[in-house]
Write a protein that binds this ligand. Structure first.
Ligand SMILES: Cc1cc2nc3c(=O)[nH]c(=O)nc-3n(C[C@H](O)[C@H](O)[C@H](O)COP(=O)(O)OP(=O)(O)OC[C@H]3O[C@@H](n4cnc5c(N)ncnc54)[C@H](O)[C@@H]3O)c2cc1C
Length: 443
């Protein structure tokens, strides 16, 4: 079957194996012959991190095992999505401490990418709340990994993009919430300096995110709207199944162009421009605004799109962001979505993305002239001391990766030790030099 990530670029012909239980998954690995294989969760990474000729899906390993109300933990199969976990937890006044911008992410995928939310600056990333997980090693054996058992494997697997084994289940910490609603303060920002100043000003608040109009130029460059959220004290603890609209077919790529995007950005900014506003929002609307449009990734046309996310340290953030936005503006490339957030300090996982500073996320429709432009942006990011998010990547070079992730060689040493013949590997890991291209080393 033809398989791709959420960006629909690139796509490959792959065979998809979807074991129903841990025993079947182990047998697949033990009898593994032929080309490399990579675990896959819900396929919400944008590029090629869950792509290979053979793909081992954990979607059926989605059982919810137990909630411990005293310890405030949940144990669930790796294929369970964050949405499925919230459906059980929210009515009990429990909440996941870190959420990505979509609830259709599996627990295994959340650990493998060590995902971050709108609260990294105060709460850290997903794996900071993972107490333990069961890992099916490339050999077919299992290992329990936690902060006290198989610690090196824990640090390599959290953020390790599926290269160390298949996560079968995990126990994670939850937090108590009084309501399913979020109180949201929205403030307009006139330009990049203003946007960054507001992010800094509200750095103590729990959820902080800025939407940026990256098509605005000159004195309005980097203008945006900052949304600051906190759990409401009022409102019911209900889980509502949201109604969705669907994009029924892939739209022609030309519909998303500089003019339509600029029009959208203009309207969005104009809605918030005049004054700050306060409202109470159902948590789903605040955390997952795009989930209400089923298949929104088809809006970018048949060639797909790339998401580009990087983080810059505080000292170079403003100049690096300005240079990035200027470069895009000069190239006439716009991003439909542009999201700015602050990160707190990095954790000790070897390939986790977040590190102290400011992160910007951009979406680009795939066009042949896009890739050379992204190479230029890579140089700006590296010059400013930043790095790129592997869960969004589809094209970064091994050299760029290595500069951004200096602990890559420690990761590779662990990977080579537990997977000497290279059973697990993705298109991405080959491109980044973490696994050898082509067939496995024993073949
Ligand atoms: C609309 C949208 C918004 C997003 N917002 C955010 C955000 O705010 N913050 C953020 O951090 N990310 C965000 N993401 C990215 C997403 O959270 C990550 O890509 C996540 O890894 C996707 O999980 P998945 O289950 O879909 O995994 P997949 O895309 O299927 O796989 C991703 C990686 O995880 C590995 N993997 C999956 N399952 C397992 C398993 N059982 N065992 C071992 N490895 C496994 C794969 O090998 C692959 O390397 C967003 C994505 C979308 C589409």
């Amino acid at each position: 079957m033809r398989l791709s990530g959420w960006g629909r670029y690139p796509s490959v012909e792959a065979s998809l194996l979807a074991p129903k239980d841990a025993g079947s998954a182990a047998r697949i690995l033990q009898n593994s012959e032929g080309p490399r294989m990579i675990p896959r969760g819900a396929g919400r990474s944008y590029g090629d991190s869950a792509l290979a000729t053979r793909v081992l899906s954990s979607r059926y390993l989605n059982h919810l095992i137990a909630i411990d109300q005293n310890a405030l933990t949940i144990r669930a199969g790796a294929g369970a999505t964050l949405g499925e976990i919230l459906r059980i937890c929210v009515p009990q006044g429990l909440f996941l401490p870190v959420l990505s911008g979509t609830k259709y992410v599996s627990l295994g995928g959340a650990i493998a990418a060590d995902i971050h939310g709108k609260n990294h600056h105060v709460d850290g990333s997903f794996c900071d709340y993972v107490n333990r997980f069961t890992l099916l090693l490339p050999s077919g054996e299992t290992a329990v990994c936690s902060h006290t058992e198989n610690i090196e494997l824990f640090r390599a697997t959290c953020g390790g993009m599926g290269l160390t084994g298949v996560i079968l289940d995990a126990t994670i910490s939850l937090r108590k919430v009084p309501s399913a609603f979020i109180d949201v303060l929205s403030i307009p920002a006139a330009n990049l300096k203003d946007s960054l100043a507001l992010l800094r000003q509200y750095n103590e608040k729990q959820y902080v995110v800025a939407w940026v109009d990256c098509l605005a130029t000159d004195t309005a460059l980097g203008r945006g709207v900052i949304h600051i959220g906190s759990h409401s004290e009022t409102g019911k603890l209900t889980f509502k199944q949201k109604r969705k609209i669907s994009v029924p077919f892939t739209t022609p790529g030309f519909l998303l162009n500089r003019y339509t995007m600029s029009g959208f950005n203009h309207l969005y900014y104009a809605r918030h421009r005049l004054k700050r506003s306060v409202k109470s929002m159902y948590f789903d609307d605040f955390f997952f605004p795009l989930d209400s449009i089923n298949g929104w990734n088809r809006l970018y046309g048949a060639a797909g799109f790339l998401q580009y996310q990087f983080v810059l340290p505080d000292h170079s953030a403003e100049s690096g962001l300005r240079e990035t936005l200027d470069t895009l503006s000069r190239a006439g490339k716009g991003s439909f979505l542009a999201v700015l957030k602050r990160f707190g300090p990095a954790n000790t996982n070897l390939l986790s993305f977040p590190s102290k500073g400011v992160t910007l996320t951009l979406d680009f429709k795939y066009e042949p002239d896009l890739l050379p432009l992204l190479d230029i942006l890579d140089e700006i990011v590296l010059k400013a001391g930043g790095r790129h998010y592997l869960a969004k990547d589809a094209r970064m070079s091994a050299a760029v990766f290595r500069q951004g992730y200096p602990q890559w060689h420690q990761f590779k040493a662990i990977k080579d030790q537990i997977d000497p013949t290279g059973i697990l590997g993705s298109l991405q890991s080959e491109r980044l030099g973490l696994t050898k291209p082509g067939m496995r080393s024993s073949e």
